[in-house]
Design a protein around this ligand. Structure first.
Ligand code: NAD
Ligand code: DAU
Length: 332
């Protein structure tokens, strides 16, 4: 394998993967990204020109996708509309990109016999009760709650059907909540960090008891590369790092690290249909492909992430006011 096409490579996790691949392999990467509000070319700074090129375009553009897919050995598909709150207010782009965009890519991959890795989310499984030992596994039935997660579930099912019906050379991974540098300020952790920097009190949806299973984006990237290298065609792998925390605890941790009282936050309107708890059993990936996470100290990861947002205001500042204005209209 020499050449990869990475869709959504200007986004949070896609750009992390691009840097990881450039730093740890000899592979050449082409990024295809539409540069929506969530894409940021500055996340791809400092990459060597001989190892990387950028194509501005839509994964729903069949001609472009066909041409790019024909020239690579594998496609790693990150591009998506990724934010649950946006999907509740304007679902249409989620159908266009997550469903039709994925369809366009797998049609090209099947035509050219190209290896395909589909990036997905644990949200396709719905949610779990609090305080139970239950966790998602690869055999948990699909039960998505939001427009976002239902379009991701739909895209997973398309990939599975293309494997079975057309022999698509594909693998799928479903990962839990990522955190780290370069995440858009609409998402929970960067929103609260940048709020505190701006003197705004963090906003907790509802009671703040919802649990997310946090993984550093660097660990997500190493897992995806391992699956691309050693994964079995047709298989699904869950990616997680045993990082369950409720939202209230995360906000308190951020406030404490930033020198504010731990209770200096506000409760705001809850997200409709808000999933209660996610938890991943990543045993299959660890046992069968020998992967282990390296960034499992969440407290240290949060401190580093706070430092990154403090040091890289020019990266996030242009999105901040518009993002908060949108939340204000929603009462959040
Ligand atoms: P993001 O919103 O930060 O980035 C998405 C990227 O896709 C952006 O660069 C955007 O410009 C690009 N894009 C959107 N529509 C496009 C289109 N039609 N054509 C080409 N490019 C397009 O998202 P993220 O958080 O980095 O998530 C990346 C992937 O990982 C998604 O598939 C998401 O479902 C999945 N995922 C995310 C998480 C998480 O915690 N953020 C966890 C598990 C899985
Ligand atoms: O589980 C994986 C998923 O994680 C990915 O598939 C999604 O792309 C990604 O956005 C993320 O989804 P969530 O909805 O869990 O992430 P978000 O950052 O939006 O919210 C995390 C939790 O924090 C959730 O319980 C809602 C809550 N929240 C969020 C915001 C923005 C708040 O309490 N206050 C906020 O201001």
């Amino acid at each position: 394998m020499q050449k990869l096409l990475v869709t959504g490579g200007a986004g949070f996790i896609g750009s992390n993967f691009v840097h990881h691949v450039v730093n740890t392999t000899e592979l050449h990467i082409t990024v295809l990204d539409k540069l929506t509000y969530a894409g940021n070319l500055a996340s791809l700074n400092h990459l060597p020109a001989e190892r990387f090129n950028f194509v501005h375009g839509d994964i729903g553009d069949a001609g472009l996708v066909d041409r790019l897919t024909a020239s690579v050995d594998a496609v790693v598909h990150y591009a998506a509309e990724s934010h649950n709150d946006n999907s509740l207010h304007d679902p249409r782009p989620f159908l266009d990109t997550n469903i039709i965009g994925t369809f366009t890519l797998i049609e090209a991959a099947r035509k050219h016999g190209t290896r395909f890795h589909h990036i997905s989310t644990d949200e396709v499984y719905g949610d779990l009760e609090l305080d139970t030992p239950e966790r998602f596994t690869e055999t948990t039935p699909y039960n998505p709650s939001s427009p976002y997660s239902s379009t991701k579930a739909g895209s997973d099912l398309l990939v599975r059907a293309w494997v079975r019906s057309f022999g698509l050379q594909a693998t799928i991974s479903n990962c839990s909540n990522n955190y780290g540098p370069y995440q858009h300020v609409e998402k929970f952790i960067p929103r609260q960090i940048t709020n505190v920097i701006d003197g705004i009190r963090p906003k907790l949806y509802g009671a703040g008891e919802n649990v997310r299973d946090w993984i550093h984006a660097n660990d997500h990237s190493s897992a995806v590369l391992r699956i691309l290298d050693k994964g079995v065609i047709g298989e699904t792998y869950l990616i997680g790092a045993d990082g369950e925390k409720n939202n209230k605890d995360v906000v308190e941790q951020i406030l404490t690290h930033m020198g504010r009282p731990a209770d200096a936050y506000d409760h705001v309107t809850d997200r409709p249909g808000h999933d209660l708890r996610y938890a991943i059993d990543s045993g299959k990936l660890r046992r069968e492909l020998g992967w282990t996470p390296k960034f499992s100290n969440f407290d240290a990861g949060i401190e580093d992430t706070i430092a990154w947002y403090r040091d890289n205001e020019e990266w996030w500042r242009p999105q901040k006011a518009e993002t908060e204005a949108k939340y204000q209209v929603q009462g959040q």
